[in-house]
Design a protein around this ligand. Structure first.
Ligand SMILES: [Zn+2]
Length: 76
C-alpha cells in the first residue's frame, strides 16, 4: 500500500497518508491534521521523483536529494 506525503500550505506541516489502489486515482487531498485546513498538496517522495533506478535510503531521511548527482557518495 503506497504512502503519500502531503504538505499543508497554511501551516507548513507535513503528514503522511496511506492510500489504497483506488484512492491512488483520486486527486483530493486530505485536510491538515494540525490546523484542519484543506489547503494541502501532495509531496512526491524522493523515491518516486528519482529517475535512473537508484533508490536512496529515504526511510532514514538521508541527505540524498533529487538534485543528487553521480558524484554523491551517499550510495547505500
Ligand atoms: Zn496545516
Amino acid at each position: 500500500m503506497p504512502v503519500y506525503e502531503y504538505r499543508c500550505k497554511q501551516c507548513g506541516a507535513r503528514f503522511e497518508r496511506r492510500a489504497s489502489v483506488h484512492e491512488h486515482e483520486e486527486t483530493k487531498e486530505p485536510p491538515c491534521p494540525q490546523c484542519g485546513s484543506g489547503q494541502t498538496e501532495r509531496v512526491w517522495s524522493r523515491v518516486a521523483v528519482l529517475a535512473g533506478g537508484r533508490q536512496p535510503s529515504s526511510t532514514q531521511g538521508g541527505g540524498c536529494g533529487p538534485a543528487c548527482g553521480p558524484g554523491c557518495g551517499n550510495l547505500a
